[in-house]
Write a protein that binds this ligand. Structure first.
Ligand code: GLC
Length: 629
């Protein structure tokens, strides 16, 4: 891997091992750079497949679309969107004749047009010529990714219990709600390792507080849950409530640890707690201060966290709200003359309050004494929030493996934590989306990953949840999570509870094997989930497969359509096929290379095994929590 430094960029600390830094004149000629280094193109051949971009939309082959790497609180993952929560600017151009890789290490808005405007042109556009460009070349995509992964450092390793099943829901308000979830799992012999605490556990959505009314003795409650082999995993949001008397707010203000506006005053935004301030995670002292706050909860027995709203999400700011209020005050004068353009103008005024570009351009960080405008480092915010926690854990709980994952991310954060893919929906297409995202995330170093199983937004169905679990049972993070107001989604709410139990038992029987592949992938800088193209590069059919994945000795082929009795699959070599109904109920057959329609009812999980082994060699006895494994 060779790096090129354009201008004097800020150090993102993404790449930590790269000795080869070249002169700009040595940028390889397959990259056509424009004269001011803000734009370059790469010619794509007809058969080139482009993999990567981590958490992004569309298929596994990124070709044909435009992507904007700009971390965004985006709760609707539909095809018209360009950005999600993370920016992972690494991709591989897989040509039959050779593989090329690029990493555009730039922490602000980066556009990747991958054959959208012109099918044979990949175009990258940055805002300013201040970035590092890394290029890689290899005969093998696997080797190329490994080289990149070595350069960005070893991925975060989650504890084994992090592979246990987790139940979550925005709306569990009190200790009784949590106990109820645990009871329903234990009484119905449904495996469970963790219950997540969403914002409702806090006092008025204030970070590092626990509602004393709804959790009267939290430390005892945590202990009681531990006895049941349940870990409680609270959410921590990036923004801190602006409220006199609230310790975190007062301390942070006194120490000057919040982001400032252009006049040096604290920048006031609003998120769940109402008016809030943003900790300046780019400032090492502020990072240490915020990280140390996690001790408040680890002292109460907590050993896992999820960091949220850290793009950062801004519902509105004092400035944007007063601008909008001022304009809206004229609406009354237009009652009789309002035309459609004006109507839309007023509508947009309110809609655009959230995550507004002007807001992101109006606050500042202290980066080693330098005042840096937020939009120039935007994609590093969640990364550094999560790093704050992970660095603090080393001191708070030395030697202890903590579970931590974040919504927003950038390459580099993979050394500190995992991620979940944010607010998906109860859509079949979002099962497919996760299949596409997994290899890209692994390429970028994110191995502890998973999606809101069953879907976060919208209302799930029994069939959708079961199909979703047919994929999530292979992902490191296996969490059922949904939004407030949506249909209840815990597995015990549905009629086919036996089938859900069987799927969970299968997961637990697979955990030792999955955890081994996961750990080996970290150790060897490998991907845990690989596209078929990476393993069968000379097989033209395999190169185009978008909805199957290789994981360890397995090939998985999740069903992601409603009312399906199965799906079409491509088998790239002779394999054994196990149709799993539970850990000890399955059919086996041997399948030759070829295209097939595979029958798989909604409670059946197909697992193809490469090689001669029987599935039983990958399974251990099932358990109801990882503590029993
Ligand atoms: C965000 C998170 C979601 C969480 C909600 C409330 O939308 O992505 O997981 O449930 O906030 O905290």
């Amino acid at each position: 891997m060779k790096g090129f430094v354009i201008g004097k960029p800020l150090d993102t600390e993404s790449v930590i091992f790269c000795n080869e830094i070249g002169n700009l004149s040595e940028i390889p000629d397959w990259i056509n750079m424009n004269s001011d280094y803000t734009e370059f193109t790469i010619k794509l051949e007809d058969d080139d497949v482009v993999f990567g971009l981590g958490e992004s939309l569309h298929g596994m082959n990124k070709r044909g679309f435009k992507y904007v790497c700009l971390n965004t609180d985006q709760p609707l993952h539909t095809e018209d969107k360009d950005s999600l929560y993370g920016s992972h600017n690494f991709l591989v151009i897989d040509s039959p004749s050779g593989k090329k890789g690029i990493f555009v290490d730039y922490p602000a808005k980066t556009v990747f047009d991958i054959g959208h405007e012109k099918r044979d042109v990949l175009k990258v556009i940055v805002e300013e010529p201040l970035y590092k460009l890394y290029v890689l070349e290899s005969d093998s995509s696997n080797e190329l990714v490994k080289e990149f992964r070595k350069a960005i450092g070893k991925s975060y390793k989650a504890p084994l219990w992090g592979f246990g099943y987790g139940q979550s829901r925005w709306g569990y308000r009190a200790a009784e709600d949590i106990e109820n979830v645990v009871r329903n799992h234990r009484d119905n012999d449904l495996p469970l390792d963790s219950v997540y605490l969403d914002i409702d556990y806090m006092e008025d959505f204030k970070d590092f507080t626990v509602s004393s009314e709804r959790f009267p003795n939290f430390a005892d409650f945590v202990k009681k849950m531990k006895k049941e082999n349940i870990h409680l995993i609270p959410i921590i949001d990036a923004a801190v409530k602006k409220e006199d008397g609230y310790e975190v707010y007062e301390e942070g203000t006194n120490k000057g640890y919040f982001c400032k506006d252009k006049d040096g005053k604290d920048f006031v935004t609003a998120v769940w707690p109402g008016r809030s301030l943003l900790p300046d995670f780019m400032n090492p002292a502020a990072r240490k201060w915020f990280g140390d706050k996690y001790k408040i909860l680890t002292d109460l027995g907590i050993d896992g966290f999820w960091n949220d709203m850290n793009e950062p999400a801004l519902f509105y700011s004092d400035a944007s709200l007063s601008r909008a209020a001022e304009e809206l005050s004229h609406l009354g004068d237009e009652l009789e003359t309002l035309n459609l353009d004006r109507y839309w103008h007023y509508l947009d005024l309110v809609r655009d309050l959230s995550n507004n570009k002007e807001d992101y351009e109006s606050f500042y960080h202290d980066v080693n004494g330098m005042k840096v405008r937020h939009d120039r480092i935007h994609n590093l915010y969640g990364y550094n929030m999560t790093r704050a926690a992970a660095e603090a854990f080393k001191e708070i709980a030395p030697g202890k493996e903590m579970l931590i994952f974040s919504r927003s991310s950038y390459i580099g954060m993979h050394r500190y934590a995992g991620i979940w893919t944010g607010d998906n929906c109860s859509f079949y297409s979002h099962i497919k989306l996760l299949i596409s995202q997994l290899p890209g995330l692994n390429m970028a170093g994110f191995l502890f990953v998973g999606a809101d199983t069953g879907g976060f937004g919208h209302h799930t169905s029994e069939e959708l949840l079961m199909r979703f679990m047919g994929l999530s049972l292979f992902t490191p993070l296996f969490r059922n999570h949904c939004a407030i107001g949506c249909r209840d989604q815990e597995v015990y709410r549905f009629e086919r509870i036996n089938d859900f139990r069987n799927i969970l038992k299968l997961r637990y029987a697979l955990i030792p094997y999955l955890y081994k592949i996961y750990s080996d992938s970290i150790e060897n800088d490998d991907m845990m989930f690989r596209p078929l193209a990476f393993e069968y590069p000379d097989d033209a059919d395999a190169r185009l497969v978008e909805d199957q994945l290789l994981i360890g000795d397995f090939m998985i082929t999740p069903v992601y359509e409603a009312n399906a009795k199965g799906r079409y699959v491509y088998v790239p070599e002779k394999m054994k096929l196990f149709i799993m109904r539970s850990n000890d109920d399955y059919d086996v057959s041997v399948i030759e290379k070829g295209h097939y329609y595979l029958n798989a009812d909604i409670n059946e999980i197909p697992i193809f095994v490469r090689g001669d082994k029987d599935i039983s060699e990958y399974l251990t006895r099932p358990a109801n929590s990882t503590a029993e494994l």
